[in-house]
Design a protein around this ligand. Sequence first.
Ligand code: SME
Length: 165
Amino acid sequence: MAISNLSKIDEARNHVDRLNSAARSADQLMEGIAMLLNQHLLKYNWVGFYMLEPGANPPVLVLGHFQGAMTPHTRIPLNEGICGAAASTGKTVVVDDVKTDPRYLACSLETKSEIVVPVFVNGQVAGELDIDSHFAAAFTPEDRALVEYCAELVGKRLEEAASSH
Ligand code: SME
């Protein structure tokens, strides 16, 4: 039976909601989201979080929970990469063909497209959710909405943790 991309996305959103209810911390939620998106959506070949290092000056993104092959980019300054662009502008970046984007930092030779969505905590960028695909233009508006939803849930959990300290 053919399963449309959209229904896989709807399914993934339901799984993410369940994960969010079950997760005891933002950290567990990030670990679970990386695993779930990588396993459930076949074009999401590398899924990971980069978080801003607290107190770092100049600011730097540090690799957190991820699923997929190890990347050489474990620390990314904000003036580098698609990751740096998303964190420094606070805007989602979707790149349909990474070969044509001069900002792109290669993680795997197989990567063809990428999406990076900032995670906000109390209105400030705290990190981001980065997804690479072996397929060109893998990230449709529906994918973008799902990834932004995941980033929002993580931001809310981080906000709750920050306000309870
Ligand atoms: N491609 C990213 C670097 C991170 S790896 O994809 C995991 C970038 O251009 O910032």
